[in-house]
Design a protein around this ligand. Structure first.
Ligand code: C5P
Length: 211
């Protein structure tokens, strides 16, 4: 399940995994966890060489339970801190560093290799697991995406989210290594006019049809 921020990937992926009794992996959380660790270490995130030099150090452990996906860095539960604005504002710079991607993609492939899983990210269908049985590219209008995100985060406006998301999407889709793009053979689903239940229903239909 790939797509830009706020397109509904997490809610849809978790809902589909629950409905089918599958595991679930949030690859964005892994890039966020790496960013959280770099910030704590005082690494200069504007310097890709500095990020590359340190990215092998933290021990990342990702849970795969759709009801409460855990993520630990060096034994510390970071599920809360990785959603803070300092991490969100810096994650695209860290995720653009090729050495970071090589390391995290290897970890992701190890987890996916155990089978039966719904995986969300930006490059899952294109790079991480192109042989996936079902590939979905979720989209939604910028307004709908910002509205959903501001409903999730108390005290924030849709306008501020729309600007921040546009910045992040631009970085994610124009970077040199593994940019966000729709995979060959992916089904594009525009979630703008649909409820969460409708999107999950459509994905379940596609899964049934293709597996
Ligand atoms: O999905 P989420 O918004 O948590 O992802 C955070 C960031 O991690 C994205 O903006 C992107 O920079 C990066 N990312 C990525 N590749 C993935 C998943 C996320 O580059 N597969």
């Amino acid at each position: 399940m790939d797509g830009p921020s706020g397109s509904g990937k997490s809610s849809v992926s978790r809902g589909v995994a629950r409905a089918l009794g599958l595991r679930y992996l949030d690859t964005g959380a892994m890039y966020r966890a790496m960013t959280w660790w770099m910030l704590g270490q005082g690494v200069d995130l504007a310097d890709p060489a500095a990020v590359a030099a340190r990215c092998g150090e933290p021990v990342l452990v990702s849970g795969t339970d759709p009801d409460g996906p855990a993520i630990h860095v060096d034994g510390v539960d970071v599920a809360g801190p990785i959603r803070e604005s300092d991490v969100t504002g810096s994650v695209s710079a860290v995720a653009a560093v090729p050495e970071v991607r090589v390391r995290l993609v290897a970890l992701q492939r190890e987890i996916i290799g155990a089978g039966d899983i719904v995986v969300e990210g930006r490059d899952i269908g294109t790079v991480v697991w192109p042989e996936a049985a079902v590939k979905i590219y979720l989209t939604a209008s910028p307004e709908a995406r910002a509205r959903r995100r501001s409903a999730e985060v108390a005290g924030t406006t849709a306008q501020a989210h729309q600007e921040a998301m546009a910045r992040r999407d631009k970085l994610d889709s124009t970077r040199k290594t593994d940019p966000l793009s729709m995979a060959a053979g992916a089904v594009e689903l525009d979630t703008t006019p649909l409820t969460l239940e409708e999107v999950i229903g459509e994905v379940l239909r596609l899964v049934k049809e293709r597996t």
